[in-house]
Ligand binder design. Structure first.
Ligand SMILES: [Zn+2]
Length: 79
């Protein structure tokens, strides 16, 4: 899986979580390298730009990692 290798090489293991509506950075998540670990559960976040509220339920590392893409030289997951 060439793409995954590229992703791993590009960044340390921090993924930025950004608002999918306005692209505002919400928080950063540092991978613990355990796909089954429940990373974020019942976390309520408010976007400071567009005021959208997101509630993350049972987000595992796999969900965060697989949903992420490279943007601006960083790993970014839109939520
Ligand atoms: Zn927003």
């Amino acid at each position: 899986m060439k793409k995954d290798v590229f992703k791993e090489d590009l960044i340390d293991d921090t993924i930025e979580l950004r608002c999918k509506k306005c692209n505002m950075k919400i928080m950063e998540y540092k991978l613990q390298h355990d796909d089954k670990a429940c990373a974020l559960n019942g976390i309520s976040l408010k976007c400071t730009r567009c005021k959208r509220i997101m509630i993350l339920m049972r987000y595992t590392e796999a969900i965060i990692r697989e949903g992420s893409a490279v943007a601006d030289g960083r790993m970014v997951k839109k939520i």
